[in-house]
Design a protein around this ligand. Structure first.
Ligand SMILES: CC(=O)SCCNC(=O)CCNC(=O)[C@H](O)C(C)(C)COP(=O)(O)OP(=O)(O)OC[C@H]1O[C@@H](n2cnc3c(N)ncnc32)[C@H](O)[C@@H]1OP(=O)(O)O
Ligand SMILES: O=C([O-])CC(=O)C(=O)O
Length: 454
């Protein structure tokens, strides 16, 4: 019976998807005719100006002799170059907490301020009683982003001040979510791994003395053990993913939903739903799957021509997931390079040697070299294509023995900081609902009674 019902629905949706496509199709030329900016971008790929922000700056071009020329990408958090920030803490102290303070409060903390901030984060990390058992463990899924979103929305029902939009209350909610995300994600993974994959169940509590990066590894590993190098690499990865302007899809979502007056939990749930998309934060999982697929189908991984031919097949929707995308390549703003990928690149070679993954590293390097050529040949390129932050992040996580299901959630554990900063900036400065226009090209029609319809 169930089988029969499923077949009926499948036939219906098959037939109606064709009707939908025919009736909803809009002539692509009309977008140009009405000056519609596809993807809110102009013809050169530049985004329409939708707001102002002081939180971060992304640069990919420079004006030289009156001409706009592409440059190596630059990223600044609150005015500080990302390279200088990473250089400032790496191998000296953990950076996540310090850079979170910077992004939220616009200045680098002194030692006293950092100590106090870490204590506040620690005290904010307080899951409601039995939340792990009653919420996270229920209906576990391989999709940890969905599990995280469910947890965030359920946390709302424990908050007595859910709709209080005062700055101090929204800041309290943001700090709470920033500090709790690692538990929600890692416990969600353990629940899936236990109930769906028949593995043992571990729920380790975070240690109040440890940094965010250390606690993620501690909660994840059955024996709670990790090396200092592993924790420091993860810490840098988190800092690199924290923030990327107001226009990236998930931060713009944060701005849009905040502008409607929604509560913090709903705003962050919407941002999570955006981030998981394979064209955005979900790309880090896709890259690793794509590289596995290349390894399975290319007989000589050192043969440039064979790699090129397979990448062309991926681009032509003939291989891998048949969506026509080479994941980890391209960016809406950067052209020559993404500075975050450059930071990863600095240490990923050594890490690969340490972990016996040199051959994989060489394959990634080869793809990074060939893909822009293949994309430039097959697509209309406005500004050049290079590897983005998602290209190497999954490879790095795999060398830290982090399960693939947690790659995009790790992005979320970092980006919640940027979302929080942008939500606060939107609430402080704008107070106007975001509402762009859609030109209607539908024709007016005469209503017909149901008996008279064909
Ligand atoms: C944290 C992040 O979100 S980083 C991005 C992570 N996403 C990915 O790695 C997925 C693969 N990359 C992509 O899909 C794209 O490069 C995006 C979504 C990141 C940016 O897309 P756009 O802003 O359209 O890039 P751009 O304007 O430079 O693209 C020019 C053309 O090349 C295509 N293109 C760009 N990158 C790729 C790619 N990796 N594979 C296939 N085609 C590509 C675009 O679709 C576009 O074609 P169109 O005009 O027919 O739409
Ligand atoms: O800026 C973008 O469009 C995507 C991106 O790199 C990010 O959000 O980190």
């Amino acid at each position: 019976m169930q089988e029969q019902k499923r077949e009926i629905i499948e036939n219906y949706t098959y037939q109606y998807s064709r009707i939908l496509k025919k009736n909803s199709k809009i002539d692509p030329e009309l977008f140009d005719e009405y000056g519609v900016k596809r993807g809110l971008r102009d013809k050169n790929g530049k985004g329409v100006l939708a707001g102002l922000t002081k939180i971060s700056t992304i640069e990919s071009t420079e004006e030289i002799d009156g001409k706009i020329v592409p440059i190596e990408g630059r990223l600044y958090y609150q005015g500080y170059n990302i390279h200088d920030l990473v250089q400032g803490f790496v191998n000296k102290r953990y950076g996540f907490e310090e850079i979170t303070y910077l992004l939220l409060f616009s200045s680098l903390p002194n030692e006293e301020q950092l100590k106090e901030f870490k204590e506040v984060l620690r005290d904010s990390r307080n899951l409601p009683k039995n939340f792990t058992r009653d919420v996270i463990m229920k209906a576990p899924s391989q999709d940890i982003m969905n599990s995280l979103t469910k947890s965030v929305l359920t946390l709302a029902s424990y908050d007595e001040k859910i709709n209080d939009m005062s700055l101090e209350n929204v800041l309290r909610q943001c700090l709470m979510l920033i500090s709790m995300f690692p538990m929600l994600c890692v416990y969600g993974y353990h629940a899936y791994n236990h109930f769906e994959c028949d593995d043992s169940l571990y729920i380790h509590r975070p240690d109040d003395k440890l940094s965010m990066a250390e606690n993620i590894l501690r909660m994840l590993r059955p024996n709670k053990q990790y090396s200092e190098v592993e924790a420091r690499v993860l810490d840098v990865a988190l800092v690199l993913h924290m923030e990327h302007g107001g226009g990236n899809n998930s931060t713009f979502t944060t701005r849009v939903v905040s502008s409607a007056g929604s509560d913090t939990y709903s705003v962050i749930a919407a941002a999570l739903s955006s981030l998981k998309g394979p064209k955005h934060g979900g790309a880090n999982i896709k890259v690793v799957e794509m590289v596995q697929d290349i390894k399975a189908h290319v007989s000589d991984l050192k043969d440039e021509e064979e790699i090129k031919a397979y990448l062309t097949k991926i681009l032509n929707k003939e291989a891998f997931d048949k969506r026509g995308l080479i994941y980890g390549m391209g960016h809406a703003v950067y052209s020559i390079s993404d500075p975050r990928e450059q930071v990863f690149r600095k240490f990923v070679g050594n890490l690969a040697d340490e972990k016996g993954r040199r051959e994989d590293f060489e394959l990634y390097t080869m793809i990074e070299k060939m893909a822009p050529e293949v994309i430039a040949k097959e697509r209309r390129i406005y500004k050049g294509v290079s590897a983005n932050v998602d290209f190497l992040s999954g490879f790095v996580y795999s060398m830290l023995d982090i399960p693939v299901e947690l790659y995009t959630p790790l992005f979320a554990m970092a980006r919640i900081v940027g979302w929080s900063a942008h939500r606060l900036e939107e609430l402080i400065n704008v107070d106007k609902i975001i509402r762009p226009a859609y030109k209607s090209i539908g024709l007016e029609r005469q209503y017909t009674n149901i008996q008279e319809r064909g």
